[in-house]
Design a protein around this ligand. Structure first.
Ligand SMILES: Cc1ncc(C[n+]2csc(CCOP(=O)(O)OP(=O)(O)O)c2C)c(N)n1
Ligand SMILES: [Mg+2]
Length: 354
């Protein structure tokens, strides 16, 4: 599991050729194999494109000194956020991480309010006071990004407990990384979630690194993959291809349906890769420069676009147009943020509870 080469399914043409990667038979049956409508499948691609454009803009703004603090972007991992959140209802909950812009966008967050928050504007999600790692939107079940690694775990299990106590059928999905797998709280919440049969999905994004520490160096039991840990709590687990939005959707859907049906918690581990550094300013000295190349060939966006085209669900022209629309939406979000007022210093002590 410590092997960082992507397993199979590589489309050497970067998704441009429908025949590449042995995908054709499956691609021709996307509607049939997923049960999703064509517009829902197209929506997956459009949402991944919107996330990519948002993150590219964030990186530009950070490098230009216009976003302060640290910005962790998500390029390469889009299929995870979108595949997971496409299985959820508005009333379901997610908890997110320090790398959380994509989770928010995929769950229905507003890119205008996000961009305003990143630029520290009064119209932002947290009135410009929180920044990248504190975005939350209760109206969409987004219980918050979190600068504490593993910080969302207890919150997600609390949300799942509330669902159960209130007799609701809502599910909580807890996003976290391979690094967070080693946080102590995961042991505590996994155990209690299993004992109390809570409707929660522990969703691990294995991008092979926690900052500069590789999974290879930090996973004690090499024989057991990350999902194998779930066995200690008698929790069912699945590992899926985190570069394939459909694989993520199907694996998560099974876990969400189990939770909603009273079947209790699950682990889902998505194998993925971050194309860029831990944060935008990371010089990436710990990772071989060429290590990203095979993963870029598996870029979830052009690959899924290629599958939609191969399946006659989209044309190349439509794909290009959707990409342009995503760029436009982010340009509008930036304009909204730029035109928004700065916070008023006289309000500084508002929303301070202690
Ligand atoms: C409790 C805690 N310990 C350490 C850190 C510093 N830190 C920030 S991100 C990170 C790595 C997290 O790795 P992973 O969970 O794999 O997520 P990824 O960054 O790969 O998305 C660390 C150690 C922190 N923010 N919180
Ligand atoms: Mg990681």
């Amino acid at each position: 599991m410590a092997d960082q080469r992507p397993q199979g399914k590589t489309n050497a043409a970067g998704g441009r050729s429908p025949k590449a990667g042995g995908r054709k038979a499956k691609a021709a049956k996307l509607v049939e194999t997923t049960g999703l409508r064509p517009d829902e499948l197209i929506g997956l691609l459009q949402r991944m494109m919107l996330i990519r454009e948002f993150e590219e803009e964030c990186a530009r703004l950070y490098r230009a000194g216009r976003i302060r603090g640290v910005t962790h972007t998500y390029q390469g991992q889009e299929a995870v956020a979108v595949g997971v959140c496409s299985t959820l209802n508005v009333s379901d909950f997610i908890t997110s991480t320090h790398r959380g812009h994509a989770h928010v966008i995929a769950k229905g967050g507003d890119v205008n309010l996000m961009m305003a928050e990143l630029l520290g504007k009064a119209t932002g999600y947290c009135k410009g006071r929180g920044g990248s790692m504190h975005i939350a939107d209760m109206s969409q079940g987004i219980l918050g990004a979190n600068g504490i690694v593993g910080g969302g775990m207890g919150i997600a299990v609390g949300a799942a407990l509330s669902s159960k106590m209130l007799g609701r059928d809502t599910v909580a999905v807890c996003f976290f990384g391979d690094g967070a797998m080693n946080q102590g709280i995961l042991h505590e919440v996994s155990n209690i979630a299993a004992c109390w049969n809570l409707p929660v999905v522990f969703l691990c994004e294995n991008n092979f690194y926690g900052m500069s520490a590789s999974v290879e160096d930090t996973l004690a039991c090499k024989e057991m993959n990350l999902a194998g840990r779930a066995a200690a709590y008698d929790i069912p687990a699945a590992t899926c291809d985190g570069m394939d939005v459909i694989d993520v959707h199907l694996a998560t859907r099974a876990a969400v349906e189990r939770a909603r049906g009273g079947g209790g918690p699950s682990y889902v581990v998505c194998t993925t890769y971050r194309f860029l550094g831990h944060h935008v300013g990371d010089p990436l000295t710990y990772r071989d420069k060429s290590a990203v190349d095979p993963w870029r060939l598996r870029d979830p966006i052009p690959n899924f676009a290629g599958r939609l085209v191969a399946d006659n669900l989209a044309t190349r022209e439509q794909v290009d147009r959707w990409e342009a629309e995503a760029k436009d939406a982010i340009a509008r979000a930036l304009a909204f943020a730029e035109e928004s007022p700065d916070p008023d210093p006289s309000n500084l002590t508002e929303d301070v509870f202690a």
